[in-house]
Design a protein around this ligand. Structure first.
Ligand code: S3P
Length: 439
């Protein structure tokens, strides 16, 4: 087998200068999906050419949508087929088979769309994806009248979806999940009455913002008790849009952390999406004492962005909990690494969702931090990190989880000695060329 380990050595010098990070993964997925079911031609700029988003393109091409990709400038043109124009197999009883790769977003959101089609389909992903929980979408979609089942009866993909008449529901989710919320809202486009979803705290709202741009009747409110409700009315058609994808704050997080940790650094990260439902990592870094300035704040297509000036800072511990968690769910591994270098004891709680990501991130972060000499205790819904001791280089695994590979590459830059990350190429899922940025 090809060795795809990466050696990371301590950063010999500060991170200075300017960088841009690739386009936002969540927004890139949605732009293709909504473009595919809209009328007209959707043009997307700064699309993320990561493996997950390419899985989404591949699925919609199979569903009969012409999608032109110019990889170098990150330009994607989606020739929409309208809300009811997707195509199944020629033989109506035969399911169209879609490969969603490693992508939870593709699997869950596309399920919502497929539930409303008049042809059968089968969705399946890679070994990791096929162990991730899908009951969370099967339950509400079934309540809407969808005929969706887990082929192996274990609540995971492969998922078989057959045509069914959808009805609007009012659904309350147990976890704040944008993927679950989005699957329900997308199915709601095809229902015969309005649909709403209430979640315990507001998760990322890219679906609501972008669907509104495409002409859907969507609204959202934060309730008095802190829960959040998004509602959608059935829709006749969506209409194509031009979309400029901002840089991904989840990818920027690694460089924010590197600049905070490496002495002498002063790094300008240009054009980063700062939607408040995604920007929890910025507030946590600032609460830890991180020197981050937002410059040139602007809006494009309902999504705010800014340039971030990040300077080396000495960090102290924080508590990360509650409604903040969904706003930095993908950045918690990076936040845990920062906490290991920060003075004092950091507590992360209310984050049991970490267990059902691309790896069990409570277990994988704990294993790698311990290997580097950090005193960390995993809990049922987070971890306790006793920081402030210097960490040493170690042999680590990515556990085939892109965010674990990148978070610990940054840990390796700030630790003493050499770090080896096994299975390091999985960064291509969300950040192709990640390691080259450090050179
Ligand atoms: C995503 C939502 C999040 C996040 C994932 C992308 C999205 O998952 O972890 O990487 O694009 O909607 P959940 O909404 O399930 O927490």
């Amino acid at each position: 087998m090809r060795d795809n380990s990466r050696i990371i050595r301590p950063a010999g010098r500060p991170f200075n200068g300017e960088i841009t990070v690739p386009g936002d993964k969540s927004i890139s997925h949605r732009a293709v999906m909504f473009g595919a079911i809209a009328k007209g031609t959707t043009r997307i700029r700064n699309f993320l050419m990561g493996a997950d988003c390419l899985s989404t393109i591949d699925c919609f091409r199979r569903l009969g949508v012409q999608i032109d990709v110019e990889a170098a400038p990150g330009q994607v043109t989606v020739h929409g087929r309208g809300l009811r124009g997707l195509k199944g197999q020629q033989e109506p009883a035969v399911s169209i088979v879609l490969d969603t790769g490693n992508s939870g977003t593709t699997t869950r959101l596309v399920s919502g769309i497929l539930a409303g089609q008049d042809f059968p389909s089968l969705l399946s992903g890679d070994a990791s994806l096929n162990t991730r929980p899908m009951k969370r979408i099967m339950e509400p979609l079934s309540q809407m009248g969808a005929r969706i089942r887990s082929v192996n009866g274990n609540g995971c993909a492969p998922l078989a979806i057959e045509p069914g008449q959808l009805h609007g529901i009012h659904y309350t989710t147990k976890v704040a999940s944008a993927q679950v919320k989005s699957a329900i809202l997308l199915a709601g486009l095809y229902a015969d009455s309005p649909t709403s979803v209430t979640e315990p705290a507001l998760s990322r709202n890219h679906t609501e913002l972008m669907l509104k741009g495409f002409g859907a009747d969507v609204s959202s409110i934060i309730n008095e008790d802190g829960t959040a409700t998004a509602s959608i009315r059935p829709c006749r058609e969506l209409f194509a849009q031009d979309i400029v994808v901002p840089g991904d704050i989840s990818s920027a997080a690694y460089f924010i952390a590197a600049a905070l940790l490496v002495p002498g650094s002063s790094l300008l990260i240009k054009n980063v999406g700062i939607n408040p439902t995604r920007a929890g990592f910025l507030s946590v870094c600032r609460d830890m004492g991180g020197d981050i300035t937002l410059l040139n704040e602007r809006q494009a297509g309902g999504e705010p962005s800014a340039d971030l000036l990040v300077k080396h800072s000495s960090l102290h511990s924080v508590t990360i909990e509650g409604g903040l968690i969904p706003t930095l769910i993908d950045e918690l591994p990076m936040a845990a690494v920062l906490a290991a270098f920060a003075d004092g004891t950091t507590v992360i709680r209310d984050a049991a969702e970490l267990k059902v990501k691309e790896s069990d991130r409570i277990a994988t972060v704990t294993a790698n931090l311990r290997a580097m000499g950090c005193d960390v205790t995993p809990t049922d819904d987070g971890m306790i990190i006793r920081g402030g001791k210097s960490l040493h280089g170690a042999v680590l695994d990515s556990y085939l989880d892109h965010r674990i590979a990148m978070s610990f590459a940054v840990a390796g830059l700030a630790a003493g000695g050499e770090t080896r990350i096994r299975n390091a190429n999985c960064v291509d899922i969300s950040f192709p060329g990640f390691y080259d940025y450090f050179n």
